[in-house]
Design a protein. Sequence first.
Length: 324
Amino acid sequence: MSERPVVVVLGGSEHDPPPGIERAAGLAEILEVPDAGALRAALPGADALFFWRAPKAWLEDAWPRAGGLRWIQSASDGVDGLLFPALAASDVLVTNARGIFDEPIAEWAIGAIVAFATGLHRSILDTAVGRWDDDRTRGRVAGSRLLVVGPGPIGREVARRARDLGMHVTLVGRAPREDEALGQILGPDDLHDALGRADHVLDALPLTTETRGMFDAAAFAAMKPGASFLNVGRGATVDEGALIDALRAGKVAAAALDVFVQEPLPASSPLWTMPNVIVSPHTCGDFEGWERVVVELFVENLGRFVRGEPLRNPVDASAGFGVG
């Protein structure tokens, strides 16, 4: 590439830039774009776009002006908040932040599993009201069964850590296959049978046409009585009404949820006041300093882009998730 490419940083501004973005200025002309109007003006001359913090409607509305765009870097692992039909059908390469959030999210998931198994979540509630409840026993993490639905990088990291704790792990993916590191991965047809054997169920699914609403009333009915449910994937993979009904009926013993159909979670949602539910505000991967690490990935990929080298973390835009 002979000329310096023009890169739009969407959602950044000179007053609130992504931390460390100045390093990109040595590789390309950087245009920090704070709003939809500025994006429409900047997009016609852009070679690449860093989707830092913005509604995808801004980009979708301006898309007809993106004739020269060749690459988009997402600041997130999930790309459902970026992709739209015209982008998915185009030749524009999309890359994501895969690999940055896997370990932090896995720590959160394991923490929730441990809390439910030991009863720590109940002890926290008892502490708030000064209640001494010693007439109960606790479960064990070791020897319990975890079902991971969505064995992508995050699901795989949770599976590895769960096995280190002595848990038995089953995985369900988009197709049955044998994995070199994790062993057998079951397909969607085996989901309900696997749900009936699990003590803890982890939803680590991306949001696609196939996964939307996958955890519905039938899925929760198939779960083993007394099992817990965790969601670190996407809120719309779950029928929240069906989950609430299952929690109220005791079919699902507890839930730890970091993602929701509507975010922020409305104050009217029953999930806020259910004693067997942990509500986390879509922050389970937001470790201190994550923003700078994401920018470092973008700058590395920008260097590759300038040199004409393959980029890290390509996304299959038509499928809706990262590949490789």
